[in-house]
Design a binder for this molecule. Structure first.
Ligand code: SF4
Length: 143
């Protein structure tokens, strides 16, 4: 089971904090494989927060959307690289499911930030995993 590393208590978020989900940490039925696509893509921690413009993670793969950080830099390429690395880890681990942190431009399962607004959508890594047959749930287990 792939899991957003921040949900497991790893301080990998943009603000160098974690977002620990006790329900996942204490779940003895899963063998968690922690991944942080943003770190895997080569971004530092801490780092400026980022959001979408033009769409969500699915649209990034179609070339219709970009990810822009709070300094105005286009970091789409780093998000794409992080997603590819996360998929590679999923394949190595044989993971068919993932618990991912909602709201993140990488890991979102239901809502994303786009042009300053919270809107329905998925992250760049989530979109790639879904396209490759891996089911992705949010931290509360919702598909
Ligand atoms: S990219 Fe995913 S794992 Fe990394 S900090 Fe953001 S939500 Fe957590």
């Amino acid at each position: 089971m792939l899991v957003s590393a921040c949900l497991l208590g790893i301080s990998c978020r943009y603000d160098k904090r974690a977002k620990t989900a006790e329900s996942i940490v204490n779940n003895r039925d899963i063998l968690p494989v922690p991944v942080c696509p943003e770190q895997l893509g080569g971004m530092s921690t801490p780092r400026p927060p980022a959001q979408f413009t033009g769409g969500d993670g699915r649209d990034v793969w179609k070339g219709r959307a970009r990810v822009i950080n709070a300094q105005g830099q286009d970091v789409t390429g780093l998000f794409i690289e992080g997603a590819r690395q996360a998929l590679k880890i999923a394949r190595i681990a044989g993971a068919r499911r993932a618990f991912f942190k909602d709201g993140s431009p990488s890991c979102a399962t239901r809502v994303v930030w786009r042009d300053g607004e919270k809107v329905p959508g998925v992250g760049v890594t989530t979109a790639l995993l879904l396209d490759n047959g891996i089911s992705v749930m949010d931290e509360e287990g919702r598909l």
